[in-house]
Design a protein around this ligand. Structure first.
Ligand code: PMP
Length: 423
């Protein structure tokens, strides 16, 4: 079916809140290229929002999923467990930087990972409140909607949110929120609203995802760790977007040396198969009773087969080395753009978790979401999928596969440069 025919079906049958505004439909893809239903080629700098760090349909993952389909598709692991689930748990336990010996629970999506991390944190501490950050994004379930730094569009139409969520400032020095100010804000929230005696956890993205790829420094993350320890709160690192090689290391928190109690991960964990994980210190992870965690599909055999294949690809193809190299290439382009274009500023990257900001000019730093929208629209017209994001909607983020071929990368970067020149 063509884009136009599919668009008609979408308008008639897909719920308004779930319908993509994009009228191009994806048909097939390979590594960093994708073709729409009308056969138009697009370069993919969005990677399904950070899901495809090793590229669309990595051959080893496709092969592993096909082999699994021939053996076993489902039992519900609480009815009868299977090898994939426990092997994914073993592998993750060996690579996460959490404190002490790690145990694992698998789920289906990022939001579910956060929901379960909070359940576990409540069980382990006997406390209920949670502190999150401005600009944070954690999902679209009730708890995670309440945790998001932004209300609109996620929580606008759904009535009251759970009242156990409190929010502190995330440090964004470029826009006037220093680390000291963010810490003062956190301490104030603890003192006035959340109360450490009632607060189970602080949930932080080491690099904000949807909030704009702003990085928390090692010193800020260390202070969060100290505050959590002081008050018997758990530190939860949400690595749903920053994990699995996006920042040049397996997980973004590793850049700081800080060990959280719990980590949540999803996205690039299985190259597009729906799976997520909650990984934490064994004592914490074992805090809730039998059959209190999980669900019918959590950690399904096919998703686990994909996750295991992804971890093999990381080992066999030096994905972290490729990630670091891509980060350096992006930084070089960004430095040139910042020099050349008045509207480009605050370029930043942790490996290839990279972004530029569009502002009126470098003196005013006034965020310009309208310019970011022009850049992404220009890119789309010229065959490039590019995403904006951020507290101010003026950040362009780069989430292409780290396995992208050099010529495809340069072709895509030239389209971005032409878009910036057209402003
Ligand atoms: N946490 C972070 C940091 C995310 O970036 C996202 C998704 N963008 C989520 C949680 C929610 O993940 P999902 O969409 O799979 O529910």
């Amino acid at each position: 079916m063509s884009n136009e025919e599919l668009q008609k079906l979408k308008e008639r049958y897909v719920a308004a809140g779930a319908a993509s505004p994009n009228q191009q439909f994806a048909d097939h893809a390979r590594n960093a290229e994708l073709w729409d239903a009308n056969g138009k080629r697009m370069i993919d700098f969005a990677g399904g929002i950070g899901v495809l760090n090793i590229g669309h349909r990595h051959p080893k993952v496709v092969e592993a999923v096909k082999a699994q389909l021939d053996k076993l598709m489902h039992t519900c692991q609480t009815v009868m467990p299977y090898e994939g689930y426990v092997r994914v748990a073993e592998k993750l336990s060996q690579v996460v930087p959490v404190r002490g010996h790690a145990k694992v629970m698998l789920a289906n999506s990022g939001a579910e990972a956060l929901e379960n991390a909070l359940k576990i944190a409540r069980a382990a501490t006997g406390k209920t409140n949670v502190i999150c950050f401005d600009g944070g994004y954690h999902g679209r379930t009730f708890m995670t909607m309440a945790m998001n730094g932004k209300v609109a569009p996620y929580a606008t139409d759904f009535g009251p949110m759970p009242g156990t969520v409190f929010r502190a400032p995330y440090p964004v020095p470029y826009h006037g929120v220093s680390e000291d100010e963010a810490l003062r804000g956190l301490k104030m929230v603890l003192k006035t609203d959340a109360n450490p005696k009632d607060t189970a956890a602080v949930v932080i993205e080491p690099v904000l995802g949807e909030g704009g790829f702003y990085q928390a420094s090692a010193s800020f993350l260390k202070k969060i760790r100290e505050i959590c320890d002081e008050h018997g709160m758990l530190m939860i690192a949400d690595e749903v977007q920053s994990g699995f090689g996006r920042t040049g290391k397996m997980f973004a928190i590793e850049h700081s040396g800080v060990e959280p109690d719990i980590m949540t991960m999803a996205k690039s964990m299985a190259d597009g198969m729906p799976i997520s994980a909650i990984v934490g210190t064994d004592k914490v992870m074992d805090a809730s009773g039998p059959n209190s965690l999980g669900g019918t599909y959590t950690g399904s055999p096919t998703a686990c087969a994909a996750a295991l294949a992804v971890m093999e690809v990381f080992e066999e193809e030096d994905i972290l080395g490729q990630s670091q190299a891509l980060g350096e290439k992006l930084a070089k382009h960004f430095a040139q753009w910042q020099e050349k274009f008045e509207h480009v500023d605050n370029v930043r990257n942790l490996g290839p978790m990279a972004a530029i900001e569009l502002v009126t000019d470098k003196q005013s730093r006034e965020p310009r979401a309208d310019l970011a929208a022009k850049v992404t629209a220009y890119a789309k017209e010229h065959g490039l999928i590019l995403l904006s994001c951020g507290l101010y909607g003026n950040t362009i983020r780069f989430l292409m596969p780290v396995t992208i071929e050099d010529d495809v990368l340069e072709e895509g970067m030239q389209i971005v440069e032409d878009a910036l020149a057209s402003l």
